[in-house]
Design a protein around this ligand. Structure first.
Ligand code: SF4
Length: 106
C-alpha cells in the first residue's frame, strides 16, 4: 500500500485508521512499479514487497481495499495479476498481459 494519496471514494478517515499500522510506510518504490519496469525486475520487487506484507498486521483490510477499488500496485500481499485472478481486475493492468498466456486474460 505504501504512502499514496487516497481519493475520497476510499472511505472515511475512521475506516482507514488501519493505515497507520502499515508495515510498508515509507517504502512506496517497493509497492509501485517504476516506468518501463522489466518483468524480471518486477518479480524481484514484488517478492520483496510480499515479504513485507506477510509481516504486516493490517494485511486483511489492505487487501480488501485494493480489491474493491481495483487498485494498481502491490497491496495486501497481492500483485495486480493476483487480484485479476481473484476477480478484481484493474482498468489497465501493467504486468498481466506480459506474463499471462494468450487468452488467459479474461
Ligand atoms: S499488507 Fe502490505 S501493502 Fe498492505 S499495508 Fe501492509 S505492508 Fe502495506
Amino acid at each position: 500500500m505504501a504512502a499514496v494519496h487516497l481519493p475520497s471514494t476510499f472511505g472515511s478517515s475512521e475506516e482507514l485508521t488501519w493505515m497507520a499500522e502499515a508495515a510498508c510506510r515509507g517504502r512506496t518504490s517497493l509497492f509501485f512499479p517504476p516506468r518501463a519496469e522489466r518483468p524480471q525486475a518486477r518479480e524481484r520487487r514484488e517478492a520483496l514487497a510480499r515479504v513485507v506484507c506477510r509481516a504486516c498486521d493490517v494485511l486483511g483490510p489492505c487487501r480488501e481495499l485494493a480489491r474493491s477499488n481495483h487498485e494498481y500496485g502491490f497491496w495486501g500481499g497481492e500483485s495486480e495479476e493476483e487480484r485479476h485472478l481473484a476477480g478484481y481486475t484493474v482498468a489497465a493492468p501493467i504486468g498481466i498481459r506480459a506474463r499471462m498466456p494468450f487468452g488467459a486474460n479474461g
